[in-house]
Ligand binder design. Sequence first.
Ligand SMILES: [Zn+2]
Ligand SMILES: [Zn+2]
Length: 340
Amino acid sequence: MDDHNFGTRNKRGDWAPNGHIEVAPFWAWPPKLMTVLKWLPEYVWPWNAFHMATALLYWFYVVPDVTVMKTLSWGWPLWIYAVNAGAIFVFYGSVELFFYVKRKQGNRFKYNAKFPGEQPSDVFWFKSQNIDNFLRSFFISIPLWTLVEVLFLWVFANGWVPWLSWADNPYYLAFLVAVAPMIHEVHFFFIHRLIHWGPLYRWIHSVHHNSVNPSPWSSLSMHPVEGFLYHAVAFWHLVIPSNPIVAMFQLHIAGFGAVNGHIGFDKLEITEETPLDTHAYAHYLHHKYFEVNYGGDGLIPLDKWFGTWHDGTKDGDVQMQTRFQKKKERMNAKTARANS
Ligand SMILES: [Zn+2]
Ligand SMILES: [Zn+2]
């Protein structure tokens, strides 16, 4: 496919998509019913459908019997960890293998012309972004993902929170499934905004931001505090009346869905004629500029409401620079006051 039909490449070879990142169309006023109807299939397919499919697979084939999960032990949690690690290895690993190692698409649709493997840096373990990100994912974040999973399954199994049945609550549970990606965005925005606060940033979140040019392995490369808070989104289903399958779906949006923002390509050419939209650009801009797009790509446009939205256009750039300039002036004024 020719990526010039979809965007432009600058002198450095970085590619940017045409148009702007749009918030979900149901926020439009006056309401645009047709646009919402056209958008619905892409809300479901392929990403959320994939997360639901894996949640169901886990529920029926991976998660042990409820009587087993009533008791905490090493056996079943280790089994779930092994499946999580295996699944991420295959899922993230295949994107790495085809698009970063074999580079089957070259740098078509790639935001940053360079590949992380070409840029050794001291900030990473063994000076390698790939090794660092891989180790942090498998030995820090995936164990914490599993911890969250084991805890909510254990709580459900013991009947300490309501476990609504599909037969009695089909509409309510279907509604919860439909809004789960929105819950994700709200949860992610607020924990993410929190760990961008100076001291917490330096202590926790800087680990994730070492990857300025992210690849799939960067997705779950996090400090343990972030790794736990990020996956703890599933605990929402211990607070609102829910069902463990919906909690599992919520967890998979976080765990498997983290890759979306870090694929580094706007489209993956699955075949010559079938591009897969990655929805990665908003979060790519976050890795590039840090203080923009704390949320996702505008399902719940919290960034717009808080004034930190970058829609990927020149205009978005100007707004961001003005905000950075104002912040700098405030900081300078503060230092001047402190010194006087
Ligand atoms: Zn990220
Ligand atoms: Zn961040």
